[in-house]
Design a protein around this ligand. Structure first.
Ligand code: SF4
Ligand code: MSK
Length: 655
């Protein structure tokens, strides 16, 4: 870890209040566990190999002295694996794990999509016909006078096969700019199906297989692309068709959305199928009556982590918090049930729940937690399962104790900025396009675009790194697109309302936001919805004036508080798609100069994008701005920015 844990645990007052309550209640939450569990310095820098039982072998850089070539030659694992091979293998395995998680999410969505199309999943349907037809056109599925269901079955089957594609190229790769696709061919990284790429990544990193760090890192690029342009993109597109493409929606965020007099139910994890059904069932008058019969005034559904983002984007369901707040929601003493599906669920919630009355309900056949209740979700019986879960939460309401404290902290936010919405808001219904965005970048009102995404990490001050970075970016006229827990951090800080433009954004960005009526920081959804950023970037390229590849755009990416292997996969597919991407918190190859140099420098020659590591959010934002300015210069639009004078004609043109 490059940055030791800071004194201040969080900038969020609700989080600070609940950390204090947890301490006085004797509940040991993540913030406390982190204080006693220091990260292993060798493992965190990628210098430990445990791929076989002759190890684990540790090959850290000797500190404080220059290493002789002879000493370096001897600094290898038992099998002779060099520190470069060990660091690159670790990096590739993280990428593969992240890609697998996103893509298994996408596969589960595809299975639900097929059931819905065949009429075998009561309660699920094809909600967005326009998007269905657009995806059909993209994939070459015949439309004619066929029913939506027939078209959807073809799309679902094509997508399902795409996961296991043994040869050829993934389906949605064809959406990327042509120049990008040519580059992937040239570099030999155009991916086959994600299952094959992940299996190959695991094989190559097995003891004694691929032992050239550049070759291992090439497989990391290929595997991550199979996630971003494959598994994740399939998840996003099919979810939109099935549950509706998000459009702007007003909601609230933070622990203060929990209600003292209602049954509180939190859905936590990543996949939206059960959450969609809970959103319906919690509104059912019969269930509300049942809640009243137990002494509650109603049922309050809220979200946590990316499942929260999914139902926020489509239904405006409020969010109780991001990753590091999951245990704290239980600490309020007001939570009847926390329902979890997959990914980012701390096992610690099971232990914390023992101090309160909260029921932890696991629902996915791939994710059990010892000591919790399991009610398995099956799309074929979606309504029944959702009702059983809501009933279990209601039945737990009378068990709520007296030790209840809900922080009076919540913020308004506007979410729901899908690619389609941005297109519509900027270009209008009949002229949907990115033209106005591109024009405002060319004329310099908007300096560039940044995708700021990813998790919380307890090794840095909760939410602080996200919020500081994003404020610095918008102050410098960079429009920010967000997903995941990063979006939640900025929403809590009040950056996702239109008024934030006047308060926090630079003059040019503020003028554009005020004219269009959007916040300077746009919420695009969950972790898999980083695919929306790829689609938005491609749309900007296709609209013209900003080069002919994603790597030409004045754009950058960041995950300033990342912790999950999924973030590595996301960052790697951003880089392999041509985006300069800065991570904070920690960097997993710092123990090896060759591998780090390759990722931070040489990668730019291969893909036009590269990685960087900078834990200081202001410095990281400045690196992104410098990159954006470099791209502006290369496009010859740097002068336009210098000349921006907001005369009346320009203001009228904006309005
Ligand atoms: Fe050590 Fe080599 Fe085994 Fe890794 S694969 S644990 S470096 S012997
Ligand atoms: S939930 S992957 S902590 S963003 Fe997607 Fe948040 Fe990171 Fe999980």
């Amino acid at each position: 870890m490059a940055e030791e844990k800071k004194e201040v645990k969080s900038i969020d007052p609700a989080t600070v209040e609940m950390i204090e309550k947890a301490a006085s209640d004797g509940a040991r939450v993540v913030f406390e566990r982190a204080a006693t569990m220091k990260p292993c310095p060798i493992g965190s820098e990628g210098s430990c190999c445990s791929m076989c039982s002759m190890g684990p072998c540790r090959v850290p850089l000797p500190k404080g002295k220059e290493e002789t070539p002879e000493e370096k030659r001897k600094r290898v694992g038992v099998c002779g694996a060099t520190p470069e091979t060990i660091a690159a293998r670790n990096f590739l395995r993280k990428t593969a794990a992240g890609a697998a998680a996103h893509s298994d999410h996408g596969r589960k969505v595809t299975e639900a999509f097929l059931l819905a199309a065949k009429g075998e999943a009561k309660g699920f349907q094809i909600k967005d016909e326009q998007k269905l037809l657009q995806v059909a056109l993209d994939l070459g599925v015949e439309i004619g006078d066929r029913s939506n269901e027939e078209i959807a079955i073809d799309i679902g089957e094509m997508a399902y096969k795409d996961f296991g594609r043994q040869e050829g190229e993934i389906l949605f790769g064809r959406r990327a700019p042509l120049k990008r696709q040519e580059l992937w061919h040239k570099q030999g990284v155009y991916p086959r199906g994600v299952d094959r790429e992940v299996v190959e990544a695991m094989h190559r990193t097995h003891m004694g297989v691929d032992q050239d760090y550049k070759s291992l890192l090439q497989q990391a690029a290929r595997t991550s692309l199979a996630d971003g342009w494959g598994g994740s993109m399939i998840a996003t597109e099919l979810q939109d068709i099935m549950f509706g493409t998000p459009s702007p929606v007003l909601s609230q965020i933070n622990l203060g959305v929990l209600k003292e007099d209602e049954v509180n139910l939190i859905i936590h994890g990543h996949e939206p199928q059960l959450a969609e059904m809970l959103a319906v069932v919690t509104q059912d008058p019969e269930m509300i009556e049942y809640a009243k019969s137990k002494g509650a005034k109603g049922i309050n559904l809220a979200g946590m982590c990316c499942t929260a983002n999914e139902i926020l984007m489509r239904h405006g369901v409020p969010i109780a918090g991001n990753f590091l707040q999951q245990e704290l929601a239980i600490v309020t003493g007001a939570l009847e049930a926390m329902v979890v599906d997959v990914q980012c669920i701390m096992q610690g919630i099971a232990d914390i729940a023992k101090c309160f009355h909260t029921k932890i309900i696991t629902t996915d056949p791939r994710a059990f937690i010892e000591g919790t209740t399991h009610i398995e979700f099956d799309e074929r019986k979606a309504v029944d399962t959702a009702r059983a879960i809501v009933k279990a939460a209601i039945d737990n309401f009378p068990n709520r104790g007296k030790n209840v404290r809900i922080p009076d902290v919540r913020s308004d936010l506007i979410a729901g900025f899908s690619h389609e919405t941005i297109n519509y808001l900027l270009g209008g219904l009949f002229l949907s396009s990115y033209r106005p965005l591109n024009d405002n970048i060319i004329n310099g009102r908007i300096r560039g675009v940044a995708g700021v995404v990813g998790c919380n990490n307890v090794r840095v001050t909760h939410d602080d790194v996200h919020v500081t970075m994003v404020k610095e970016l918008i102050k410098n006229d960079v429009l920010v697109l967000q997903t995941g827990c990063s979006a939640m951090a900025c929403a809590k800080a009040g950056l996702m309302v239109p008024e934030a433009a006047a308060e926090f954004a630079g003059e040019g960005l503020a003028e554009v936001c005020q004219a269009v009526g959007i916040p300077p920081v746009l919420h695009l959804g969950s972790c898999v919805d980083n695919a929306r950023i790829l689609i938005a970037a491609t749309a900007m390229v296709k609209d013209g004036g900003l080069g002919d590849d994603i790597s030409d755009l004045p754009a950058a990416g960041a995950a300033p508080e990342w912790m999950s292997e999924k973030a590595i996969s996301i960052g790697e597919y951003f880089v392999a798609s041509g985006v300069f991407t800065v991570f904070g918190a920690a960097w997993p190859t710092l123990g090896n100069k060759e591998v780090t140099d390759f990722l931070f420098k040489d990668t730019e020659d291969l893909y036009g994008g590269m990685w960087a590591f900078e834990p200081d959010p202001i410095k990281a934002a400045q690196m992104m701005i410098a990159h954006i300015d470099k791209k502006r210069k290369a496009l010859g639009i740097d002068k336009a920015r210098e000349r921006v004078l907001y005369d009346m004609a320009m203001r009228r043109e904006l309005e």
